[in-house]
Design a protein around this ligand. Structure first.
Ligand code: C2E
Ligand code: CA
Ligand code: CA
Ligand code: CA
Length: 276
């Protein structure tokens, strides 16, 4: 498979250090990218550790720029968030992910859960819930197969508002995951106030497994607490068999990472699914 990240263009280069000018031109470029179908989705498979089977996938955005090549979301999502372009882009991601998954279902594939990343700007009262409902209706993709990933900082910033939105999404049947867990400011005890289903352990704690004793202790503690809160645990950035084994032993349910599969274009993702 082609490594989409390798030739990623870096916006923060020496000759482009005038922030405002740069942001403005990137915003214009992003709008153009959205209109001209330069934005693409790739899908990273997740594996259930108990069965060894495909149990879900996360959709990740890519920007295929005609001159600069593949641009990583780590480069343009922060700018899209600052400029507000994340609103139309986020809507497009949700629609495209559900549309693609529903096409797979129509073609007779056994489609597991599809996880979509949400950014803080999308988490708006009176907007997000309505948007998710209309995308599900428009595509016919069932709510129980849609998983939405939110980060801690997003939730903690305005916790009361966030809980209302999350409750409304849950009432629709959507699954909710907390992403990059351990990197923000929330504590495990705050999780009990949130209507979550899944906790994703950040890659930074998976990296050192199983040799780094601190990482091991953190991963084991997060998994044990998550279980007590009845959350399912996904570990991200799993690159080796040793990491997978350590996570399995600690009680982790699901892994995602290069060890199982890299993010794949839609056609390759479809080939990992069984027929109904
Ligand atoms: P994330 O949500 O934490 O996504 C996981 C990132 O880890 C992805 O980077 C994925 O390609 C990478 N990854 C997966 N397995 C491994 C592994 O085994 N080793 C290593 N080193 N990396 C691995 P990616 O695709 O570059 O995305 C970066 C971030 O951009 C995402 O982090 C997410 O925060 C954001 N992002 C991506 N797509 C979207 C989107 O559609 N909407 C929003 N709001 N954010 C997105
Ligand atoms: Ca994510
Ligand atoms: Ca993550
Ligand atoms: Ca991460």
């Amino acid at each position: 498979a082609k490594d989409l990240g390798k030739n990623a263009y870096h916006f923060y280069s020496h000759d482009m250090n005038r922030q405002n000018t740069q942001q403005f031109s990137v915003q214009a470029a992003l709008r153009f990218a959205l209109e001209r179908q330069q934005l693409k989705l790739v899908f990273q498979p997740q594996m259930n550790l108990a069965t060894g089977q495909l149990s879900g996938m996360e959709c990740l955005i890519r920007w295929q720029h005609p001159d600069m090549g593949w641009i990583s979301p780590a480069e343009f999502i922060p700018i899209a968030e600052e400029t507000g372009m994340i609103i139309p882009i986020g809507h497009w991601v949700l629609l495209e992910a559900c549309r693609t998954a529903q096409q797979w279902r129509a073609a007779g594939l056994l489609v597991p859960k599809m996880a979509v990343n949400l950014s803080v700007r999308q988490f708006k009262p009176g907007v997000l819930v309505e948007q998710v409902a209309s995308v599900l209706q428009e595509t016919g993709f069932p709510a129980y197969l849609l998983e939405l990933e939110v980060t801690e900082s997003l939730i903690m910033r305005r916790i009361n508002e966030a809980v209302d939105i999350m409750n409304a999404l849950k009432a629709m049947g959507v699954t909710l995951a907390i992403d990059d867990f351990g990197t923000g400011y929330s504590s495990l005890s705050q999780l009990k106030y949130l209507p979550l289903d899944i906790l994703k352990i950040d890659r930074s704690f998976v990296e050192g497994l199983p040799c780094d004793h601190d990482d091991m202790a953190i991963a084991q503690t997060i998994i044990a607490m998550a279980k007590k809160l009845s959350l399912s645990v996904v570990a991200e950035g799993v690159e080796t068999a040793e990491q997978m084994q350590a996570l399995h032993a600690a009680g982790c349910d699901t892994i995602q990472g290069y060890f199982y599969a890299k993010p794949l274009p839609a056609e390759a993702m479809a080939q990992m699914m069984q027929r109904v």
